[in-house]
Design a binder for this molecule. Sequence first.
Ligand code: HAM
Length: 472
Amino acid sequence: MPKMFKKKENKEDDKIIRARRGKFVSRLRGMKDVLPEEYRYWNLVIKKATELAKSYGFKRLDTPVLESLELYERSSGRSSDVVTKEMFSFVDKNDDRIALRPEATPGVVRAYIEHGMFNLPQPVKLFWLGPVFRHDKPQAGRFRQFSQFDLENIGETSPVADAELIAVTYYFFRELQIDVVIQINSIGCSVCRKDYLVKLENFYKERGRRAKLCHDCKKRLVKNPLRLLDCKEKACVEMAAEAPQIVDSLCDDCRNHFIKVLEYLDELDIPYNLNPLLVRGLDYYNRTVFEVWPSAAEAAVEVAPGGAEKLAGKAAGERAEQPRQNALGGGGRYDGLVEYMGGRPTAACGMAIGLERVIMKIKEKNIPLKDDEKGDIFLAQLGDQARRKIMKLFEVLRKAGFNVREAFTKDSLKSQLEAADKMGVKYSLILGQKEVMDGTILIRDMESGIQEIIDYKKIVAELEKRLGNPAK
Ligand code: HAM
C-alpha cells in the first residue's frame, strides 16, 4: 500500500479507537474478569475443594453477598484492617448500613445461629465458596474482589478439629502440586493472652522502642498490641524478633491443646513451622492460628515435624521470616465468636484459601491441567437436511452420556473437521446428503483418518463398542 494512504488509515484508526475509548466503561480497579480460557483453572480448584470438603464431611452453604455492616464490625473486629480500612460499605435507601462481605466466617456464624444449627448434632461442618470484597491496595495477588474456599467446624473443642482442618488445607495444596508449609502458632485464650499483652506492652515501652515503631504500630500499641508482631515495616520486624513469645505465656489448657494439635500434624507428616510472630489480622481468633505459605518463601526457616516435642520442652518456636509472598490461606480457632454474636457458648475453628492466589501458583509452576473442554465425538454435517438430522442425533448421544461436540453453524466439511481436530476428539461422525438417503453415517477415526460406513440405527452400539458404555 502506498505510504500516503497508510498514514491516513492510521489516523482514522486512532480516531476510532479514541472515540471508542470515550464510550467504553472499563472494569473497576482490583477487579478481574474470568475469561473462558481461564475457567479450566477455576474448574480444577473448585472440583478439588468440593471433593475434599465432602470427603471430610463438610456440607456446603451459601450466605448473601450483602450483610449488615455491624456483623463485620462486631466479628472481624473494629480494630482489624479489614474493618477499619478495607470495607466496601454504604448506606442504603432505608438508611441501613450495609457491607459487601469481606470474608465468609461472620456470615456463616450468623447463619449457624439464625437457622438454629446448634440444635443439630454437633459439630456442624460447613463449607463455602464464593467472592469476597476488600478495598485493599491492588497489587500482584491482591485484589478487591477475590474468591475464598472456606471451611468452618462449629461446635467442636477437640484439637482433632484444628488438626483435621489444617490437614484438609494441606492436602488441597499437595493434590494440586503446590508446595506449601503451614505456619502455626497459638495465641492462647482471653485469660493467658491478657498476661502476655502486659509483657508485650512493657517490652515496647522499654528503652525508647515505642518511638521507633511505624505510625500504624504506634496506634496498634494502644488498640491491638498483638498486631505489632506481624507488621512488615523493617524497624518493627526487627523489634518483633526480640519481643517475648506468646507460647511461653500460654496457660496449661492452651499449651496442652496446642501440643495435641502439633502431635496430630506430626503423625500425619504435615510440614509446619512454629511461627511465634503469626497472630492473624482478624479479631476473633484464640488458641491455634495458622497460615499457608508457599514453601519457597521458607528457604531460610527450619521446618518441623517434631515441633510438638520442642514445645513440650523448654524451647518455643523458631523465629520465622515474614513471607515475601502473600499467604495462600489462613485460619484458626474462634471459640468466643458464636456466643459474642448472640449464640450459645460454642467452640469453633475454620480456614479460608484465596483461590486467585492458588490459580496464580498453578500457572507459575506450569502444572499440567486435564482439558475438561475436550470431547470424544464430533458431529459433522453437509447440507441442511443432514444438519437437521444431526442436531437431533447430538441430543440423543449427549443424553446417553457421550462427550459430544459440534459446529452446526459451519457449512464446509473441511472447517468442521479442523474444529474437531482442535477439540481433540477421537471420532467424527459425518452425515451428508447421500448418508441421509441411505440410512447410514460415516465414522472417522481422527488419529488414523480411516473412515467406515455404519448403519445409522447402530450408532450408539458402535460408539459403545469403541468408547465403552458411558452410563457405566
Ligand atoms: P484471611 O487470612 O483474611 O482469613 O483470608 C484468607 C485468604 O484469602 C488469604 O490467605 C489469601 O489467600 C486470600 N486473600 C486475602 N485477601 C486477599 C486479597 N486482597 N486478594 C486476594 N486474595 C486475598 C479469612 O478470611 C478468615 N475468614 C479465614 C477463617 C475462616 N478463619 C476462620 N475461619
